[in-house]
Design a binder for this molecule. Structure first.
Ligand SMILES: NC(=O)c1ccc[n+]([C@@H]2O[C@H](COP(=O)([O-])OP(=O)(O)OC[C@H]3O[C@@H](n4cnc5c(N)ncnc54)[C@H](OP(=O)(O)O)[C@@H]3O)[C@@H](O)[C@H]2O)c1
Length: 266
């Protein structure tokens, strides 16, 4: 199977890297188009994939992945639509609905996907939904592709903007929270490199614990808060500063933004 990717940015790179590491595809089976020659050079040198500045050169691949910004969708469709007829087209574009994809590529099997950047280290999570004309076999092919770079969940297309605001944007939220905790460590006198190691392993370990023991987060919180202890003193400050409502508002704002990006392309 040949994979053509239009748009060689951060997310395309994460997926290419994961696919090659998991040996789902070989570098010779992947071609990426991007307008920046320097970007093409980076991708071909780093991953050995074919690269081109010409989007049409990618359209011969059986599997086409759209990885441009949503704002570029209409431009790219105008360029390639006539060359794309019977392929499986997967879009990872925030906000672009299956309805818009079907109207743009009426003869294709279509999958809307929302991955996230930990795909780069094969720890991503991707939500997928398919158009009504996409067969189970082709949908499985799309699932296999993203399973190579992490976990896969199937969701109704109506949930896609919500997924975008949660797991699509989630690594960004966590980066801010992690940075804040590291700064907290520095504020109480720890060297930044030690604070960073402490925070990253605490985040990874806590996520692993929740996953492996299938724990509700509230149970973990209750386990670590002893009466009159340190953790409850810290949590009281998180609550006083509205950390919970800030998280909810962040996901809501990102989901709204995904919806707005899609409406521009309807
Ligand atoms: N990053 C994430 O965490 C994430 C998560 C889930 C989904 N997504 C989705 O993935 C898509 C790509 O996001 P990204 O973060 O990878 O963005 P990005 O790094 O900006 O990548 C987009 C790439 O497409 C290139 N491009 C621009 N116009 C093009 C054209 N006409 N033909 C071909 N390539 C073109 C851009 O080049 P220039 O830099 O020269 O413009 C850039 O290299 C977005 O639709 C986003 O919604 C991203």
């Amino acid at each position: 199977m040949k994979l053509g990717i239009i748009g060689g940015g951060a997310m395309a790179e994460a997926i290419v890297s994961g696919l090659l590491t998991s040996q789902i595809l070989a570098s010779r089976d992947i071609i990426v188009s991007d307008p920046q020659p320097e970007r093409c050079l980076v991708l071909s040198e780093r991953y050995g994939v074919h690269t081109t500045g010409d989007n049409l050169a990618v359209c011969a691949a059986e599997l086409l992945l759209l990885a441009i910004k949503p704002q570029m969708f209409a431009t790219v469709v105008a360029q390639i639509a006539e060359q794309v007829s019977s392929q499986l087209v997967i879009s990872i574009l925030a906000g672009i609905s299956l309805e818009t994809l079907v109207a743009s590529f009426p003869q294709c099997a279509l999958v809307r996907a929302m991955p996230n950047t930990p795909a780069l280290v094969r720890s991503g999570i991707t939500a997928l939904s398919r158009s009504s004309s996409t067969s189970e076999a082709l949908f499985t092919r799309a699932k296999d592709l993203f399973a190579a770079v992490g976990t896969v969940v199937e969701v109704p297309e109506s949930s896609m903007n919500a997924v975008t605001g949660l797991s699509g944007s989630g690594p960004g939220y966590l980066a801010v929270i992690i940075e804040g905790l590291i700064d907290g460590g520095v504020a109480v006198g720890l060297p930044r490199n030690i604070a960073t190691r402490l925070v990253l392993q605490t985040v990874r370990g806590s996520a692993e614990l929740l996953i492996q023991e299938n724990l509700h987060p509230a149970v973990l919180k209750d386990r670590v808060t002893s009466p009159g202890g340190t953790t409850i003193a810290g949590i009281a400050q998180l609550e006083a500063h509205g950390v919970r409502s800030a998280c909810i508002a962040a996901v809501q704002a990102a989901a709204d933004r995904a919806k707005a990006l899609g409406e521009k392309n309807d």
